[in-house]
Design a protein around this ligand. Structure first.
Ligand SMILES: *Cc1c(COP(=O)(O)O)cnc(C)c1O
Length: 396
């Protein structure tokens, strides 16, 4: 018999959609995948070289559970340089990807029945991770009109004596939008007043357009920093998704509990990947600008193309590599017997009829939208837009 805990969660819908697209591709179907959640660039050469060096130098053994000191120093230096934050070694833990960091946080802070406020649209793993750790996800809807930013009044209304934390993700997956310093300040004040932890997922920090600058909520004040669990990682900024390096910076007692948990589960993240991460953080950063310039160009092609389609409207995203168009305008339309009722039936129609894979908004707790990733070539984006346009034009 399988445990109740395992029954409480479903497999990641984004990974599922991706798997389905891959399956069709393997059968020889020419599917264009816009469901991917990772940059399509290769890991920069100097980072790979660092891993090869580490391998040759025999850095192939267990490391300290919370990461090699060299990496923790590189992370502390990064947090200082980019975010103006001071963290000591015992306020940082390296884990096997930011997803693992978030999981360890849930393990460390949640007791049965504790509530965690999660604004929707949310990253798919937040509610699942809370459920897997005996907590209760409390989903608070945000609106497109407000830029999908958590409304302070809605937040206040949902706080109870059991509320333990609020999760923020900015720039956001799936919306591609981010929070202003004002919005962060208001939320931080509420969190402090109610003694909540702020779990701040800043994995897309480096992917901001239009000259926007990222501000970590932890940098607002000493008091806010003491309640913030800042999560970041190497996956998105350095195109290192497969290497599995993420980290948390936060108060010593939480980091200590996370380290204890990690010591009894995964132990240290892969030694070689940690050395590569040292190089990523300390080495040349010019790769970032190149990646950003390319993403920016694709963003415009995609969003302009989407807005030209009947029944679709899309805000210009300012970060990450996702567009989150409103598709309510095509609901109720039909292709023969087939009706587009919701985001799931639309993405299924697009997959089968346009050979284009996207993720339904409902996977992120937001019906009426779909997520389209532009971590794919300009050619693919243009071809995908053409195919979506043709498939939508067949609807009546
Ligand atoms: C990709 C992603 C992560 C996890 O990244 P890792 O590969 O586990 O470091 C965390 N949060 C969001 C919002 C993401 O999109």
């Amino acid at each position: 018999m399988i445990a109740e805990r395992a029954k409480r969660v479903k497999p990641s819908p984004t990974l599922q959609m991706n798997a389905k697209a891959k399956e069709l591709k393997a059968k020889g179907v020419d599917v264009l995948s816009f469901s991917v959640g990772e940059p399509d660039f290769d890991t920069p050469e100097h980072i790979k070289e660092a891993a090869i060096r580490a391998l040759k130098d025999g850095k192939t053994k267990y490391t300290p559970v919370d990461g090699i000191p060299e990496l923790k120093e590189a992370i502390a230096a990064k947090l200082k340089r980019d975010n103006g934050l001071d963290y000591t070694g015992d306020e940082i833990i390296v884990s096997c990807g930011a997803k693992h960091s978030l999981y360890n946080i849930a393990q460390a802070i949640l007791s049965p029945g504790d509530e965690v406020i999660i604004p929707s649209p949310y990253w798919v793993s937040y509610p699942a991770q809370v459920l897997l750790n005996d907590g209760e996800p409390v989903i608070v809807e945000t609106t497109e009109e407000e830029g999908f930013v958590l409304n302070p009044e809605s937040l206040k209304e949902r706080i109870t004596p059991k509320t333990k934390a609020v999760i923020l993700n900015y720039p956001s997956n799936p919306t591609g939008l981010t929070y202003t310093v004002d919005a962060l300040t208001t939320i931080a004040e509420i969190a402090l007043r109610h003694n909540l932890y702020i779990i701040s997922d800043e994995i897309y920090e480096k992917l901001l357009y239009d000259g926007l600058k990222h501000t970590s909520i932890a940098s607002l004040s000493k008091e806010v920093k003491e309640r913030t669990l800042l999560v970041n990682g190497l996956s998105k900024a350095y195109s290192m998704t497969g290497w599995r390096i993420g980290y948390t910076a936060g108060p010593k007692d939480v980091i200590k509990a996370m380290t204890k948990i990690q010591s009894q589960s995964t132990s240290n993240p892969t030694s070689i990947a940690q050395w590569a991460a040292v190089e990523a953080l300390n080495g040349p950063q010019d790769f970032l600008q190149e990646m950003l310039t390319e993403f920016d160009a694709r963003r415009r092609i995609l969003v302009d193309g989407l807005n030209a389609l009947d029944g679709i409207s899309c805000r210009m995203p300012t970060g990450a590599f996702y567009a989150f168009p409103n598709v309510k305008g095509v609901f109720g339309k039909k292709a023969g017997e087939r009706e587009i009722k919701d985001s799931s039936s639309l993405t299924m129609y697009l997959l089968e009829e346009a050979k284009v894979a996207a993720v339904p908004g409902i996977a992120f707790g937001a019906e009426g939208y779909i997520r389209i990733s532009y971590a794919t070539s300009r050619e693919n984006i243009k071809e995908g837009l053409k195919r979506i346009g043709e498939a939508l034009a067949r609807l009546r």
